[in-house]
Design a protein around this ligand. Sequence first.
Ligand SMILES: [Zn+2]
Length: 539
Amino acid sequence: MKTKRIRAITIPLLTVLLLVAGCAAMPESTADESSGLTFIHVNDTYRVGAVEDGTKGGFGRVVTIVRQLQGQGRDVRILHGGDFLYPSLESQLWNGMQMIDAMNYLDDLAPMYVTTGNHEFDPRTPEHLIDAVRASRFDWLGDNYAFNTGGADVDASLHKAFTINHGGKTIGVFALTAHAAYGGNDRDYVPIEKDFVGAARRSIEALESRGVDAIIGITHLHMWQDVEIAGLKKDHPTFIFIVGGHDHEPHYSEGNDSNATVMKGASNARTIWQIDMTFDAAGMPQIDPHMLEMGVGVPSDPDYELLNKKWRARLLEKFPFLTARVGTAGESIDVTEEEVRSHENGWGNFIVDQMRTAFGDPAAELAFINSGTLRIDDFIAGDITFEDIARTFGFSSFLRYMTISGAEFRKVMEAGYRGDGSAEGYFPQISGFRVCIDRSRPEGDRIVSLQLPGETGWSEIDGETGYTLVVPDFLYGGGDGYELPKDRPASRPGSELKYLVLDAIVRAQAVGRAVGRNPDPAHPRYVELGPGRDACWRR
Ligand SMILES: [Zn+2]
């Protein structure tokens, strides 16, 4: 069955607004609509406010949509596909409590049901989760995992085979999160079942035995996993849709008689899904899904904005220098996650270039980071503020200096080019070398050319020679599938990447130099062979 990545479908918001206006003029026309059920789905929300200078996403716009639907008499329920407590600049201060406050606001407006994402379990110990669950008013759902936090009230609050009622109908909801084998976190305080299809089937059967009228899933998995689960509809005809998270761009897999529909929105509520549910004459559930683009055409709700302003003021109280200008961007650089996780990126290049000199002279020959380190999900343009730096690094990233043979390095880098080329946090941003890959070749053997500059031009890395390399401690420890040899002399974790980058920007500013440029198409660091490109390097 086909799945689609959706880039831009314009929301008929104007139509919605006209309808509202029309209804006000003709009250008799609303009677039939007044008992309708609508799900609003969001996923991967890391900010209380909007993104891209306030022009996109944010819960304030979601609130506006919910109020409009409620104004039409619809019964709105909000679904959240996970990833909200971490990572963000604010989470480094409040462990996600700012998001709990924002999500409670949504829940007060319309009941909200939430599955957890991998990032809810970023910390190694459960204190943050205990606090978050206790402070929350929305429902936490989990069918393939348990909370084992030591807080009995918290552990007991996670619902399995959850049901909601609307107009005499019962809708069953199951919720899944990613196991460590599929990008989840591996923590004692949240045991996760690996067999996602088995867990979904078990919950669907439990819900059926209770006689529910429709079944929906909320997941935080890869799209291919959701599509696999969607196939359970063959044997379970009331299983109607899955809404998911983990991906940061919208996805849609159309449903039919044997597959449930799968939908995912974009991160930070830049796009959300509105799913109207009805029941046909035979009592079978039907849906009418719309993907809504949350841009400047949707105003942020003024009452919600008070909450946003409160957290903004608290942030500025902690970091009064946040809005201070530290430098100037050489060009407007798109650092949204979709972009940085699948392409060579100008902001990524600038950052990785700083890593090679992090341990003094001589500079290391090679450096790379997983693009998942770069969390800003926004544009770098014009004035660079301290906030741009702080938001770029959602985690502290300490660096390691080590030596590695050319053959080993080539093998390590293969991990960065697995998959089908869709945006992935393991995709590397690199410095000191250039690489050319061919995705038509098997995983683990896709690097066609990996070259270093020399006095006589570029040449292939030498398998026998030892090279100096700087990587974040996360990658040194085997993060994101990069398996670096551990039996080599390596430095202790030193130099924090955020301050290294800040220092470089301030120094450039002092001599009137802008930093960061988009990749030069004539001199790429990363080339992918395929249609339109059959040679790695052009003369
Ligand atoms: Zn995730």
